[in-house]
Ligand binder design. Sequence first.
Ligand SMILES: Cc1cc2nc3c(=O)[nH]c(=O)nc-3n(C[C@H](O)[C@H](O)[C@H](O)COP(=O)(O)OP(=O)(O)OC[C@H]3O[C@@H](n4cnc5c(N)ncnc54)[C@H](O)[C@@H]3O)c2cc1C
Length: 391
Amino acid sequence: YKTGFVKFFDGNSKIKTPPLFMDNVLDVAVEADKLLEIAVKKLKKTESQIINNLRFIRAFVQKEKISIECEEVKSGRRKLFSAKLFVDATGTNSPVSRRLNAGRSITHVCPTVGTLARGFKRGTAAKEVDFSVGEILVSTEDASDNRQLIWEGFPGNPSKDEYTTYLFFYDSVESKADKSLFRLFEDYFEKLPDYKSKNGAWRVVKPVFGYIPSVHHRGWNNLKKTATDRILLIGDAAGLSSPLTFCGFGSHVRNLRKLTDLTEYSLVENDYTERSLSKINAYEPRVAQMSSLAEFMRPMPNSKSSVVNETMNAVMKSLSCLDAEISREMFQDRIKFSSFKKVLLKTARIHPKVFKLMIEHLGIKGAFWWISNIAKAGLQERNHLKNSSSR
Ligand SMILES: Cc1cc2nc3c(=O)[nH]c(=O)nc-3n(C[C@H](O)[C@H](O)[C@H](O)COP(=O)(O)OP(=O)(O)OC[C@H]3O[C@@H](n4cnc5c(N)ncnc54)[C@H](O)[C@@H]3O)c2cc1C
Protein backbone atom coordinates (compact mmCIF):
# COMPACT_ATOMS: atom_id res chain seq x y z
CA TYR A 1 0.00 0.00 0.00
CA LYS A 2 1.01 3.63 -0.42
CA THR A 3 1.78 4.92 3.04
CA GLY A 4 1.36 4.23 6.76
CA PHE A 5 0.94 6.16 9.99
CA VAL A 6 1.40 6.05 13.76
CA LYS A 7 -1.07 7.82 16.07
CA PHE A 8 -1.25 7.80 19.86
CA PHE A 9 -4.36 8.79 21.81
CA ASP A 10 -3.90 12.34 23.11
CA GLY A 11 -7.19 12.97 24.95
CA ASN A 12 -5.40 13.26 28.32
CA SER A 13 -1.99 14.19 27.05
CA LYS A 14 -0.53 17.72 27.23
CA ILE A 15 1.18 17.20 23.90
CA LYS A 16 -1.26 16.62 21.05
CA THR A 17 0.21 15.15 17.88
CA PRO A 18 -1.58 14.43 14.59
CA PRO A 19 -0.93 11.09 12.83
CA LEU A 20 2.70 10.75 11.78
CA PHE A 21 2.75 9.46 8.19
CA MET A 22 5.73 7.57 6.80
CA ASP A 23 6.40 5.87 3.49
CA ASN A 24 8.13 2.52 2.86
CA VAL A 25 7.54 1.20 6.37
CA LEU A 26 5.61 -2.06 6.96
CA ASP A 27 3.90 -1.56 3.62
CA VAL A 28 4.13 -5.06 2.15
CA ALA A 29 1.42 -7.63 2.86
CA VAL A 30 2.41 -11.25 2.25
CA GLU A 31 -0.08 -14.07 1.65
CA ALA A 32 1.39 -16.76 3.91
CA ASP A 33 -0.33 -19.67 2.12
CA LYS A 34 1.08 -18.58 -1.23
CA LEU A 35 4.56 -18.08 0.23
CA LEU A 36 4.52 -21.58 1.76
CA GLU A 37 3.28 -23.07 -1.50
CA ILE A 38 6.21 -21.49 -3.38
CA ALA A 39 8.68 -22.70 -0.73
CA VAL A 40 7.31 -26.27 -0.90
CA LYS A 41 7.55 -26.29 -4.72
CA LYS A 42 11.17 -25.11 -4.53
CA LEU A 43 12.11 -27.73 -1.93
CA LYS A 44 10.51 -30.51 -3.96
CA LYS A 45 12.82 -29.68 -6.86
CA THR A 46 15.83 -30.49 -4.65
CA GLU A 47 16.83 -33.70 -2.86
CA SER A 48 15.13 -32.45 0.31
CA GLN A 49 12.36 -34.36 1.97
CA ILE A 50 9.38 -32.84 3.76
CA ILE A 51 7.88 -35.05 6.49
CA ASN A 52 4.59 -33.84 7.92
CA ASN A 53 2.91 -34.57 11.26
CA LEU A 54 6.09 -35.05 13.29
CA ARG A 55 6.57 -33.54 16.74
CA PHE A 56 10.09 -32.74 17.90
CA ILE A 57 10.78 -34.39 21.26
CA ARG A 58 14.49 -34.07 22.04
CA ALA A 59 17.97 -33.85 20.58
CA PHE A 60 21.07 -35.83 21.56
CA VAL A 61 24.29 -33.99 20.75
CA GLN A 62 27.12 -36.40 20.02
CA LYS A 63 30.69 -35.82 18.89
CA GLU A 64 30.21 -36.86 15.26
CA LYS A 65 26.49 -36.19 14.76
CA ILE A 66 23.25 -35.05 16.33
CA SER A 67 20.29 -37.40 16.80
CA ILE A 68 16.75 -36.05 16.82
CA GLU A 69 13.89 -37.90 18.46
CA CYS A 70 10.43 -37.18 17.01
CA GLU A 71 6.93 -38.50 17.51
CA GLU A 72 4.41 -39.21 14.78
CA VAL A 73 1.45 -37.09 15.82
CA LYS A 74 -1.25 -39.58 14.79
CA SER A 75 0.26 -42.91 15.86
CA GLY A 76 2.47 -41.70 18.72
CA ARG A 77 5.28 -43.77 17.21
CA ARG A 78 8.82 -42.53 17.93
CA LYS A 79 11.32 -41.87 15.12
CA LEU A 80 15.03 -41.10 15.27
CA PHE A 81 16.92 -39.00 12.70
CA SER A 82 20.64 -38.27 12.54
CA ALA A 83 22.25 -35.20 11.05
CA LYS A 84 25.36 -33.04 11.04
CA LEU A 85 23.40 -29.98 12.08
CA PHE A 86 19.97 -29.42 13.69
CA VAL A 87 18.23 -26.12 12.90
CA ASP A 88 15.45 -25.45 15.40
CA ALA A 89 12.58 -23.28 14.12
CA THR A 90 9.87 -24.21 16.63
CA GLY A 91 9.06 -20.61 17.55
CA THR A 92 8.57 -18.72 20.82
CA ASN A 93 8.12 -21.83 22.96
CA SER A 94 11.19 -23.65 21.69
CA PRO A 95 12.29 -25.99 24.50
CA VAL A 96 15.81 -26.02 23.01
CA SER A 97 16.02 -22.23 23.27
CA ARG A 98 14.85 -22.36 26.90
CA ARG A 99 17.40 -25.05 27.68
CA LEU A 100 20.27 -23.10 26.08
CA ASN A 101 19.34 -19.97 28.02
CA ALA A 102 18.81 -21.51 31.45
CA GLY A 103 15.03 -21.15 31.25
CA ARG A 104 15.19 -17.44 30.30
CA SER A 105 15.00 -17.53 26.52
CA ILE A 106 12.85 -14.37 26.39
CA THR A 107 12.52 -11.31 28.63
CA HIS A 108 9.63 -9.51 26.91
CA VAL A 109 6.51 -10.51 25.02
CA CYS A 110 3.86 -8.91 22.93
CA PRO A 111 0.59 -10.79 23.50
CA THR A 112 -1.23 -10.23 20.19
CA VAL A 113 -4.69 -11.15 18.90
CA GLY A 114 -6.68 -10.14 15.87
CA THR A 115 -8.48 -11.20 12.75
CA LEU A 116 -8.29 -11.21 9.03
CA ALA A 117 -11.83 -10.05 8.28
CA ARG A 118 -14.11 -8.81 5.51
CA GLY A 119 -16.73 -6.10 5.69
CA PHE A 120 -15.20 -3.02 7.30
CA LYS A 121 -16.62 0.32 6.18
CA ARG A 122 -14.30 1.71 3.52
CA GLY A 123 -13.26 5.36 3.33
CA THR A 124 -10.76 7.89 4.61
CA ALA A 125 -12.38 8.80 7.96
CA ALA A 126 -10.49 7.64 11.10
CA LYS A 127 -12.87 4.74 11.78
CA GLU A 128 -13.04 3.60 8.16
CA VAL A 129 -10.50 1.40 6.41
CA ASP A 130 -8.44 2.80 3.56
CA PHE A 131 -6.84 0.06 1.48
CA SER A 132 -3.99 2.35 0.43
CA VAL A 133 -2.89 3.12 4.02
CA GLY A 134 -1.36 0.92 6.74
CA GLU A 135 -2.03 1.75 10.40
CA ILE A 136 1.30 0.87 12.05
CA LEU A 137 0.55 1.73 15.71
CA VAL A 138 -2.68 3.32 16.93
CA SER A 139 -3.89 3.74 20.50
CA THR A 140 -7.48 4.79 21.18
CA GLU A 141 -7.39 5.03 24.99
CA ASP A 142 -5.00 5.32 27.96
CA ALA A 143 -3.53 2.35 29.84
CA SER A 144 -5.47 0.27 32.33
CA ASP A 145 -4.78 -2.98 34.24
CA ASN A 146 -1.03 -2.65 33.53
CA ARG A 147 -1.66 -2.79 29.78
CA GLN A 148 -1.43 -0.08 27.14
CA LEU A 149 -3.49 -1.57 24.33
CA ILE A 150 -2.38 -0.74 20.80
CA TRP A 151 -4.08 -1.43 17.46
CA GLU A 152 -2.61 -2.22 14.07
CA GLY A 153 -4.59 -2.22 10.83
CA PHE A 154 -3.19 -3.63 7.60
CA PRO A 155 -4.96 -3.91 4.24
CA GLY A 156 -4.78 -7.27 2.50
CA ASN A 157 -6.03 -8.04 -0.97
CA PRO A 158 -8.56 -5.24 -1.82
CA SER A 159 -10.43 -7.40 -4.35
CA LYS A 160 -11.11 -9.92 -1.55
CA ASP A 161 -11.96 -7.05 0.85
CA GLU A 162 -9.59 -8.61 3.43
CA TYR A 163 -8.30 -6.36 6.20
CA THR A 164 -6.17 -7.40 9.19
CA THR A 165 -6.57 -5.79 12.61
CA TYR A 166 -4.46 -6.65 15.66
CA LEU A 167 -4.77 -5.64 19.29
CA PHE A 168 -1.64 -6.07 21.40
CA PHE A 169 0.39 -4.69 24.26
CA TYR A 170 4.08 -4.48 25.09
CA ASP A 171 4.88 -6.48 28.19
CA SER A 172 7.70 -8.02 30.17
CA VAL A 173 7.63 -11.68 31.13
CA GLU A 174 7.74 -10.73 34.80
CA SER A 175 5.07 -7.99 34.86
CA LYS A 176 1.75 -8.30 36.68
CA ALA A 177 -0.25 -7.68 33.48
CA ASP A 178 -2.78 -10.37 32.55
CA LYS A 179 -1.19 -12.07 29.55
CA SER A 180 -4.18 -14.28 28.69
CA LEU A 181 -4.94 -14.31 24.97
CA PHE A 182 -8.58 -15.24 25.76
CA ARG A 183 -8.97 -12.07 27.80
CA LEU A 184 -7.29 -10.08 25.04
CA PHE A 185 -9.66 -11.59 22.44
CA GLU A 186 -12.63 -10.53 24.60
CA ASP A 187 -11.18 -6.99 24.70
CA TYR A 188 -10.61 -7.13 20.96
CA PHE A 189 -14.25 -7.87 20.09
CA GLU A 190 -15.55 -5.42 22.72
CA LYS A 191 -13.29 -2.54 21.66
CA LEU A 192 -13.13 -3.12 17.89
CA PRO A 193 -16.14 -0.79 17.22
CA ASP A 194 -14.18 2.07 18.88
CA TYR A 195 -11.38 1.48 16.36
CA LYS A 196 -13.10 0.54 13.10
CA SER A 197 -16.70 0.55 11.83
CA LYS A 198 -18.14 -2.57 10.27
CA ASN A 199 -20.73 -2.75 7.54
CA GLY A 200 -23.63 -5.21 7.89
CA ALA A 201 -21.68 -8.10 6.32
CA TRP A 202 -18.63 -8.15 8.61
CA ARG A 203 -17.19 -11.60 9.08
CA VAL A 204 -13.97 -13.16 10.31
CA VAL A 205 -11.94 -15.02 7.66
CA LYS A 206 -9.42 -16.25 10.24
CA PRO A 207 -8.35 -15.37 13.76
CA VAL A 208 -4.65 -14.59 14.40
CA PHE A 209 -3.00 -14.75 17.79
CA GLY A 210 0.24 -15.47 19.59
CA TYR A 211 2.99 -14.29 21.88
CA ILE A 212 5.69 -12.45 19.98
CA PRO A 213 8.97 -12.78 21.88
CA SER A 214 11.88 -10.42 22.40
CA VAL A 215 15.00 -10.16 24.48
CA HIS A 216 16.23 -6.96 26.11
CA HIS A 217 19.96 -7.13 26.61
CA ARG A 218 21.44 -5.81 29.81
CA GLY A 219 25.09 -6.13 30.60
CA TRP A 220 28.20 -6.41 28.47
CA ASN A 221 28.15 -9.29 26.01
CA ASN A 222 25.00 -10.58 27.66
CA LEU A 223 23.57 -11.69 24.34
CA LYS A 224 21.05 -14.45 24.07
CA LYS A 225 22.46 -17.87 23.21
CA THR A 226 21.25 -18.87 19.75
CA ALA A 227 23.49 -21.88 19.15
CA THR A 228 25.42 -24.66 20.75
CA ASP A 229 27.51 -27.44 19.21
CA ARG A 230 25.53 -28.85 16.22
CA ILE A 231 22.38 -26.83 17.09
CA LEU A 232 21.31 -23.55 15.51
CA LEU A 233 18.18 -21.59 16.48
CA ILE A 234 16.39 -19.51 13.86
CA GLY A 235 13.23 -17.38 13.70
CA ASP A 236 11.30 -16.78 16.91
CA ALA A 237 13.21 -19.62 18.58
CA ALA A 238 16.28 -17.36 18.29
CA GLY A 239 13.99 -14.42 19.11
CA LEU A 240 16.35 -11.54 18.38
CA SER A 241 13.97 -9.35 16.41
CA SER A 242 13.24 -5.72 17.17
CA PRO A 243 11.56 -5.11 20.51
CA LEU A 244 9.90 -2.02 19.02
CA THR A 245 8.23 -3.39 15.90
CA PHE A 246 8.23 -7.08 16.93
CA CYS A 247 8.50 -8.07 13.28
CA GLY A 248 10.23 -11.42 13.54
CA PHE A 249 9.29 -12.36 10.01
CA GLY A 250 10.57 -9.08 8.57
CA SER A 251 13.80 -9.36 10.54
CA HIS A 252 14.51 -12.82 9.12
CA VAL A 253 13.67 -11.75 5.59
CA ARG A 254 16.16 -8.88 5.95
CA ASN A 255 18.82 -11.28 7.22
CA LEU A 256 17.98 -14.30 5.05
CA ARG A 257 20.90 -13.97 2.62
CA LYS A 258 23.41 -13.62 5.47
CA LEU A 259 21.90 -16.55 7.41
CA THR A 260 21.81 -18.95 4.47
CA ASP A 261 25.32 -18.01 3.26
CA LEU A 262 26.84 -18.55 6.72
CA THR A 263 24.97 -21.85 7.22
CA GLU A 264 26.22 -23.09 3.87
CA TYR A 265 29.74 -22.06 4.84
CA SER A 266 29.49 -24.12 8.06
CA LEU A 267 28.28 -27.14 6.09
CA VAL A 268 31.07 -26.82 3.52
CA GLU A 269 33.70 -26.35 6.24
CA ASN A 270 32.19 -29.12 8.40
CA ASP A 271 32.33 -26.66 11.30
CA TYR A 272 29.48 -27.10 13.78
CA THR A 273 31.04 -25.62 16.89
CA GLU A 274 29.04 -23.30 19.12
CA ARG A 275 31.56 -20.54 18.38
CA SER A 276 30.94 -20.65 14.60
CA LEU A 277 27.20 -21.31 14.72
CA SER A 278 26.65 -18.41 17.16
CA LYS A 279 27.67 -16.01 14.39
CA ILE A 280 24.69 -17.16 12.30
CA ASN A 281 21.93 -14.98 13.67
CA ALA A 282 19.72 -12.04 12.80
CA TYR A 283 20.96 -9.83 15.64
CA GLU A 284 21.19 -6.20 14.60
CA PRO A 285 23.16 -4.07 17.11
CA ARG A 286 21.04 -1.00 16.43
CA VAL A 287 18.04 -2.92 17.70
CA ALA A 288 19.42 -2.89 21.27
CA GLN A 289 18.86 0.85 21.66
CA MET A 290 15.23 0.35 20.61
CA SER A 291 14.57 -2.03 23.47
CA SER A 292 14.34 0.68 26.09
CA LEU A 293 12.20 2.83 23.84
CA ALA A 294 9.88 -0.17 23.74
CA GLU A 295 9.95 -0.08 27.55
CA PHE A 296 8.19 3.29 27.36
CA MET A 297 5.34 1.56 25.55
CA ARG A 298 4.23 -0.30 28.65
CA PRO A 299 2.95 1.30 31.85
CA MET A 300 4.79 0.68 35.12
CA PRO A 301 2.74 -0.30 38.20
CA ASN A 302 2.75 3.22 39.68
CA SER A 303 2.69 5.30 36.54
CA LYS A 304 -0.22 7.54 35.49
CA SER A 305 -2.52 5.85 32.97
CA SER A 306 -1.71 8.50 30.34
CA VAL A 307 2.07 8.20 30.65
CA VAL A 308 2.67 5.93 27.63
CA ASN A 309 0.53 8.02 25.29
CA GLU A 310 2.01 11.27 26.62
CA THR A 311 5.61 10.11 26.11
CA MET A 312 4.90 8.63 22.69
CA ASN A 313 3.10 11.80 21.60
CA ALA A 314 6.28 13.71 22.51
CA VAL A 315 8.45 11.24 20.55
CA MET A 316 6.10 11.40 17.54
CA LYS A 317 6.06 15.21 17.69
CA SER A 318 9.86 15.29 17.66
CA LEU A 319 9.94 12.82 14.75
CA SER A 320 7.50 15.02 12.83
CA CYS A 321 9.91 17.98 13.23
CA LEU A 322 12.90 15.95 12.00
CA ASP A 323 13.77 14.58 8.58
CA ALA A 324 11.24 11.93 7.43
CA GLU A 325 14.13 9.51 6.88
CA ILE A 326 14.66 9.34 10.68
CA SER A 327 11.11 8.01 11.27
CA ARG A 328 11.69 5.45 8.54
CA GLU A 329 15.00 4.39 10.10
CA MET A 330 13.32 3.98 13.48
CA PHE A 331 10.41 1.87 12.25
CA GLN A 332 12.61 -0.18 9.92
CA ASP A 333 14.82 -1.19 12.89
CA ARG A 334 17.93 0.48 11.47
CA ILE A 335 18.15 3.81 13.26
CA LYS A 336 21.64 5.36 13.17
CA PHE A 337 23.26 6.60 16.36
CA SER A 338 23.35 10.17 15.03
CA SER A 339 19.61 10.03 14.22
CA PHE A 340 18.75 8.50 17.58
CA LYS A 341 20.65 11.31 19.32
CA LYS A 342 18.60 13.87 17.36
CA VAL A 343 15.33 12.19 18.40
CA LEU A 344 16.38 12.15 22.07
CA LEU A 345 17.45 15.80 22.09
CA LYS A 346 14.33 16.97 20.27
CA THR A 347 12.06 14.91 22.55
CA ALA A 348 13.78 16.33 25.64
CA ARG A 349 13.18 19.84 24.30
CA ILE A 350 9.49 19.15 23.63
CA HIS A 351 8.96 17.13 26.81
CA PRO A 352 11.66 18.12 29.38
CA LYS A 353 10.30 15.59 31.89
CA VAL A 354 11.27 12.70 29.60
CA PHE A 355 14.58 11.88 31.36
CA LYS A 356 12.97 11.99 34.81
CA LEU A 357 10.32 9.66 33.41
CA MET A 358 13.04 7.40 32.01
CA ILE A 359 14.60 6.91 35.45
CA GLU A 360 11.19 6.40 37.06
CA HIS A 361 10.32 3.97 34.30
CA LEU A 362 13.50 1.95 33.91
CA GLY A 363 15.06 2.39 37.34
CA ILE A 364 18.68 3.54 37.78
CA LYS A 365 20.08 0.18 36.62
CA GLY A 366 17.79 -0.02 33.58
CA ALA A 367 18.59 3.57 32.61
CA PHE A 368 22.31 2.80 32.93
CA TRP A 369 22.05 -0.16 30.55
CA TRP A 370 19.98 1.85 28.10
CA ILE A 371 22.62 4.57 27.97
CA SER A 372 25.30 1.85 27.71
CA ASN A 373 23.45 0.25 24.78
CA ILE A 374 23.27 3.63 23.05
CA ALA A 375 26.97 4.32 23.69
CA LYS A 376 27.88 0.84 22.43
CA ALA A 377 25.84 1.40 19.25
CA GLY A 378 27.60 4.77 18.78
CA LEU A 379 31.04 3.19 19.16
CA GLN A 380 30.20 0.30 16.83
CA GLU A 381 28.97 2.74 14.22
CA ARG A 382 32.11 4.89 14.52
CA ASN A 383 34.35 1.81 14.17
CA HIS A 384 32.34 0.61 11.19
CA LEU A 385 32.67 4.01 9.46
CA LYS A 386 36.42 4.11 10.26
CA ASN A 387 36.93 0.60 8.84
CA SER A 388 34.96 1.29 5.67
CA SER A 389 36.81 4.58 5.02
CA SER A 390 40.22 2.92 5.52
CA ARG A 391 39.33 0.07 3.10
C1 LIG B 1 -0.67 -12.05 15.61
C2 LIG B 1 0.73 -11.91 15.10
C3 LIG B 1 1.03 -10.94 14.15
C4 LIG B 1 2.32 -10.79 13.64
N1 LIG B 1 2.57 -9.83 12.69
C5 LIG B 1 3.81 -9.72 12.15
C6 LIG B 1 4.08 -8.77 11.12
O1 LIG B 1 3.20 -8.01 10.71
N2 LIG B 1 5.34 -8.72 10.60
C7 LIG B 1 6.34 -9.54 11.03
O2 LIG B 1 7.46 -9.46 10.51
N3 LIG B 1 6.12 -10.43 12.04
C8 LIG B 1 4.88 -10.54 12.60
N4 LIG B 1 4.64 -11.44 13.60
C9 LIG B 1 5.76 -12.26 14.08
C10 LIG B 1 5.97 -13.43 13.13
O3 LIG B 1 4.74 -14.11 12.93
C11 LIG B 1 6.99 -14.38 13.72
O4 LIG B 1 8.18 -13.66 13.99
C12 LIG B 1 7.27 -15.51 12.74
O5 LIG B 1 6.10 -16.25 12.48
C13 LIG B 1 8.32 -16.44 13.32
O6 LIG B 1 8.46 -17.54 12.46
P1 LIG B 1 9.03 -18.90 12.99
O7 LIG B 1 8.99 -19.82 11.81
O8 LIG B 1 10.32 -18.69 13.69
O9 LIG B 1 8.03 -19.41 14.13
P2 LIG B 1 6.50 -19.80 14.01
O10 LIG B 1 5.84 -19.07 12.90
O11 LIG B 1 5.95 -19.66 15.40
O12 LIG B 1 6.55 -21.33 13.61
C14 LIG B 1 6.98 -22.32 14.52
C15 LIG B 1 6.43 -23.64 14.03
O13 LIG B 1 6.99 -24.69 14.81
C16 LIG B 1 5.95 -25.62 15.11
N5 LIG B 1 6.34 -26.33 16.34
C17 LIG B 1 6.38 -25.85 17.61
N6 LIG B 1 6.79 -26.82 18.46
C18 LIG B 1 7.01 -27.92 17.71
C19 LIG B 1 7.47 -29.25 18.00
N7 LIG B 1 7.77 -29.65 19.24
N8 LIG B 1 7.58 -30.13 16.97
C20 LIG B 1 7.28 -29.77 15.69
N9 LIG B 1 6.86 -28.52 15.34
C21 LIG B 1 6.73 -27.62 16.35
C22 LIG B 1 4.70 -24.76 15.28
O14 LIG B 1 3.54 -25.53 15.09
C23 LIG B 1 4.91 -23.73 14.15
O15 LIG B 1 4.38 -24.18 12.94
C24 LIG B 1 3.35 -11.62 14.12
C25 LIG B 1 3.06 -12.60 15.09
C26 LIG B 1 1.76 -12.74 15.58
C27 LIG B 1 1.48 -13.79 16.63
